[in-house]
Design a protein around this ligand. Structure first.
Ligand code: BEZ
Length: 210
């Protein structure tokens, strides 16, 4: 049975380059950007790790902890991180799970045998502070992820949670948001005193303050 949006993220205890972590305890009250990569010492993965390290303050601003994973060992992670820092001009400070027996990769269905029998594909799980899976993405081994999109979906989820709204196609922070059809006109009038535009009864836009 695959993991789905709304499911509780399976908990696990596993080694990282900083020692063992238990996911739910380590996450605490933060969101988690949990992402797998196929292998240490590979080019696309090196750029993804560098980009995640580079965005450390952007993740922190959003109360998000990055957590990487591959099926390589802690010793390999430690050596590879030196290369990542060297080649990507970063300082990688977030933990990378050493899933040497594929235990976590299997629980999160990160191994797609059509791509590889042993290495993880590029999975993303955005996990909220209640430990619920809020978003999943799966990329093939040959395609590096778009980290602007990862920050954008985190912004969209957090904006949606905070304001009871949805976000339209290609939304960016500061853009108009959508009042969900489940909100009655009476409730929309009360909740959005700044006003809103009704294109259709089911399509209402508003601009959030601030
Ligand atoms: C890479 O990170 O470059 C990579 C890893 C595994 C398969 C293909 C590409």
């Amino acid at each position: 049975m695959s993991l789905r949006i709304g499911d509780t993220a399976p908990d696990f205890t596993i080694d990282t380059q900083f020692g063992p972590i238990r996911l739910h305890d380590w996450a605490g009250d933060s969101w988690v950007f949990f992402f797998s990569h196929p292998a240490d010492f590979t080019p696309v993965c090196t750029t993804e790790m560098g980009r995640t390290a580079e965005l450390a303050t952007e993740f922190a601003k959003r109360n998000v902890k990055p957590l990487g994973l591959s099926t390589d060992s802690v010793a390999e992670h430690i050596e590879w991180i030196k290369d990542v820092n060297d080649t990507q001009s970063t300082s990688l400070e977030f933990p990378i799970v050493a899933d040497v027996d594929n235990k976590v990769a299997e629980a999160y269905e990160m191994i797609h045998p059509g791509e590889s029998e042993t290495a993880a594909v590029r999975s993303v799980f955005i996990i909220d502070p209640n430990k619920k899976i809020r978003l999943t993405m799966t990329y093939p081994m040959s395609v590096g992820r778009n980290f602007d999109e990862i920050l954008r979906v985190i912004d969209a989820l957090q904006t949606s949670d905070a304001n009871g709204v949805a976000t339209p196609a290609d939304w960016l922070p500061g853009g108009k948001v959508i009042i969900p059809p489940s909100v009655s006109t009476e409730d929309a009038d009360a909740k959005f005193p700044q006003g809103y535009e009704t294109i259709r009864p089911y399509l209402r836009y508003t601009q959030l303050n601030g």
